[in-house]
Design a protein around this ligand. Structure first.
Ligand code: SF4
Length: 330
């Protein structure tokens, strides 16, 4: 009997014994299962800035965890070894008996690292959300914070499941619909629907990342996306430089000059916090108060400086200069 997977916007109807588009959700007859549930391929304590998340406990570390899998086929994928079906790590049917990490072991790992923030990242946790949610439930019981770094292509049902347990999201918004179809084998609409929904959810933090590929993205695209994101209620937007990867290995990296033009365009759209990624641009690494421009958090690479007075205010989520509220979890 065919069964439907509702983990992402594709809502694959899967024949018995077969897998959906992502290649890791399989119809085993009585249910659709994640074939690599618990097969954690990467787990490392990273600066939270690396996700990037600039408005969640700045300066702290997070335990990053990833299983294999993604429902997109981005030609420029930065982590294709953990996500694309041509990777030797792809969980093929003949590789079933791999070591399995239970969610409680994953949480113990986080505690052993001395951190209280878990990030589901590197590949796309949308397609292994059962393992993510089982772990996230235990993280909450341990008074921790859950962060999801994702392409945001939820189904409405899966977003409803994820929202109560995930405190902070970094969502890639990659370009217009033509870009999604041409370079990612996907579509923009479900991502925008999720962005709008999360922006309205009380107590949730969302940061958007757009990786700009000079020669493919135009500055006009930045204006267009910026207006769209502003209307959706987005507060934080990271614009990052592309470096050659995977099937776009021959494409030139994005220049700092192009990135600066894009940052200027982004600022004019009215989103309060704009950041530069994969860049030496230190001005756009700082968190400034949107009311008085006072620097709340300064960053140099992954070195983050919050002085004692600032820290007290940041913990309260207030600007030290004018007292305005600062978006985020502190
Ligand atoms: S996660 Fe998405 S791509 Fe994978 S089987 Fe489910 S609906 Fe299909």
């Amino acid at each position: 009997m065919r069964r439907t997977c509702d983990f992402c916007f594709r809502m694959c109807s899967i024949e018995e014994g077969k897998r959906g588009v992502c290649g890791i959700r399989e119809n085993r007859g009585d249910a659709v299962v994640t074939v690599n549930y618990g097969q954690v391929l990467a787990a490392a304590a990273d600066p939270i800035e690396k996700k990037p998340l600039y408005h969640v406990r700045p300066g702290e570390k997070t335990l990053s965890a990833a299983l294999f899998g993604c429902n997109y086929s981005c030609r420029f994928c930065q982590n294709h070894d953990l996500s694309q079906k041509d990777s030797p790590l792809f969980p093929a049917p003949w590789k079933r008996d791999q070591e399995r990490t239970e969610p409680k072991q994953q949480v113990r790992r986080m505690q052993d690292c001395g951190v209280s923030v878990m990030s589901y990242t590197y590949s796309d946790p949308v397609v292994w959300q059962d393992f993510m949610l089982d772990t996230a439930r235990l993280v909450k019981e341990a008074d921790g914070i859950n962060c999801m770094v994702t392409n945001g292509s939820f189904s409405p049902q899966s977003l409803k499941r994820v929202l109560p347990l995930i405190d902070a999201f970094n969502i890639d918004v990659k370009g217009d619909d033509e870009f999604y179809q041409r370079y990612c084998g996907a579509t923009l609409k479900p991502v925008l629907d999720a962005v709008e929904k999360i922006a309205k959810e009380r107590g949730r933090v969302m940061e958007i990342t757009t990786m700009l590929i000079e020669g493919i993205h135009e500055i006009e695209d930045v204006y267009w996306l910026g207006r769209l994101l502003k209307d959706a209620g987005v507060q934080v937007w990271h614009l990052s430089r592309f470096f050659p990867h995977y099937h776009l290995g021959d494409h030139n990296p994005t220049s700092e000059v192009f990135l600066q033009q894009a940052l200027d365009a982004a600022e004019s759209c009215g989103i309060p916090y704009i950041y530069a990624g994969n860049s030496g641009n230190t001005k756009y690494a700082q968190t400034r108060c949107p009311e008085c421009s006072h620097v709340i958090v300064s960053r140099r690479g992954y070195y983050v400086k919050i002085d004692r007075e600032l820290q007290n205010h940041v913990l309260l989520g207030r600007c030290t200069n004018c007292g305005a509220s600062i978006y985020g979890i502190y």
